[in-house]
Design a protein around this ligand. Structure first.
Ligand code: NAD
Length: 462
């Protein structure tokens, strides 16, 4: 079976891919398994360091090409694609160095023996990725896993397999054969990976709904599900917030990738004393955002990835329109002659916002604005969602910032900024936003086992 990959903005054909069936996917898993068992990848941290560094350099040399592929297959604006490639390279470079620094501990035990606790790679792992940031999200999770010594079976989203395939091609000559393996397909191939006992970890980035399914299947066979799921990012604006900085930041991260991002700042909570000003300034700024061809540097938001996704977003907008809470946007942009799906950035505000818009992940260019009266109110309202991925607190009061940050049930909380992530700092979701932490040494340990090797060395004779 074949699939045609289209440019999400222009509708142009970007490539044809051959989809896997159960037999070919099985052979690919066997290759990853054999490469793990035979070594030397799993034993040789120096080999891994050099390979990841070489791959990073190769991606940098082909940065423009990769960004152009991502631009086409996702439909998002070009500067986000350049950023994505840079972040993927950074993940490889950090983990290249980290590969040489993974260590265990040693114990002198009461019976005179020596216990060495060593970290060993868990085995072959699957990496199942979504369509919004295809290359970066793969390397965010997989670069630490490769540093740990696992071999990989990679399944990109059916809408966006091309940048992943090209990046893997570019690894040739750096990463040994058999370490990186790719399968192509949708839910059927994803389920096959979840149920295959040879894959010790299934690292899944995607929706919470599918993540639950992956968790059930992988746990059922005593594998490890590693899940980076949906989000409902929130910014809390206190009465002493720097509104200029906060509003600029909300504009950038509320509508990044046209809101199709797990960490998108889709909710804003403003203290009652500043709420009217925040609303008026957001209405003005949101109405001036430019929707259009993602190659145009003047454009703020590009295409919605598919008609299915656009219909889902329009369904939420319809609720807000009927309730009278849609203040601006949510329309077909005028004068845009492109076959892709486009929606103008929307602001939803008022006392009667439907709870579905406040609690569910819309995954589109829609930001909601609510009002609170006290610090306790703000925390309660922000936490009133199943998701717990990312939040921000805007205030100049250090005590209030600390106390709010501690009380918010989110895996990352920024103070007076938003969406800053680092290869060295673990991140991930609380509640329905995920299980496990990616990045940093914790991200490497997710793909390792602790193994105790005990030596009978006798008591010290002193
Ligand atoms: P999705 O859950 O529909 O698909 C994700 C991947 O899973 C795709 O490769 C898909 O083919 C595969 N898949 C589908 N059904 C499967 C099954 N039953 N078993 C195994 N694999 C299956 O998600 P999407 O629409 O591609 O991406 C959007 C979602 O991803 C949003 O919810 C977003 O918040 C989330 N996301 C999370 C993060 C994060 O880091 N937490 C990052 C980006 C996106």
């Amino acid at each position: 079976m074949h699939d045609t990959i289209l440019d999400k903005a222009t509708g142009a054909t970007l490539g044809e891919v051959t989809l896997d069936d159960a037999a070919s996917a099985d052979r690919t898993i066997a290759t990853a398994d054999a490469a793990f068992r035979s070594g030397p990848w799993r034993y040789d941290a120096n080999l891994r360091q050099v390979a990841l560094a070489g791959w990073a350099d190769e991606l940098e040399r082909h940065g423009d090409e990769l960004a152009a592929i991502i631009r086409g297959e996702t439909g998002k604006v070009r500067r986000e694609c350049d950023r994505e490639v840079a972040m993927a390279i950074d993940a490889l470079r950090f983990n290249s160095g980290a590969a040489r620094s993974v260590a265990g501990t040693a114990h002198e035990l009461p019976d005179g023996s020596a216990g060495h606790l060593v970290r060993v790679p868990v085995g072959p792992a699957a990496f199942v990725t979504p369509w919004n940031w295809p290359l970066f999200l793969l390397l965010r999770d997989m670069a630490p896993a490769l540093a740990a010594g696992v071999t990989a079976v990679i399944k990109p989203a059916p809408l966006t397999p091309l940048a992943t395939a090209r990046a893997i091609e570019l690894a040739g000559g750096h990463v040994p054969a058999g370490v990186l393996n790719m399968v192509r397909g949708g839910a059927d191939i994803g389920q096959l990976l979840s149920s295959d006992e040879r894959l010790k970890v299934v690292a899944f980035t995607g929706s919470t709904q599918v993540g639950r399914d992956v968790a059930r299947t992988v746990s059922g066979r005593l594998g490890r599900p590693f899940l980076e799921l949906g989000g409902k990012g929130v910014s809390v604006l206190h009465d002493d917030a720097d509104l200029d900085a906060a509003i600029d930041t909300i504009l950038t991260f509320g509508f990044i990738t046209a809101g199709q991002m797990c960490m998108a700042n889709s909710r804003v909570l403003a203290h009652r004393s500043v709420a009217d000003e925040v609303r008026d300034r957001l209405v003005d700024r949101v109405s001036r955002l430019v929707v259009g061809h993602p190659d145009d540097p003047a454009v703020d938001t590009g295409a919605i990835v598919s008609t299915t996704q656009a219909e889902k977003i329009r369904g939420y907008l319809e609720i807000a329109r009927n309730d009278g809470t849609l203040l601006v946007g949510g329309e077909q942009p005028g004068g845009l002659d492109l076959p892709g799906e486009f929606i103008t950035p929307a602001l939803v505000a008022g006392d009667q916002i439907d709870t579905r818009l406040l609690k569910e992940e819309i995954f589109g260019p829609v930001v909601t604005l609510e009002t609170f009266d006290s610090d306790a109110d703000a925390v309660r309202m922000a936490n009133d969602t199943d998701y717990g991925l990312a939040a921000a607190v805007w205030t100049n009061d250090l005590r209030r910032a600390w106390q709010s940050a501690r009380a918010l049930d989110f895996g990352t909380v920024w103070l007076n900024r938003y969406n800053r992530t680092f290869s060295e700092v673990p991140s991930g979701g609380m509640k329905a936003s995920g299980v496990g932490r990616t990045r940093g040494f914790d991200g490497i340990h997710e793909f390792m086992e602790l193994k105790h090797i005990n030596f009978d060395v006798g008591h010290l004779a002193v």
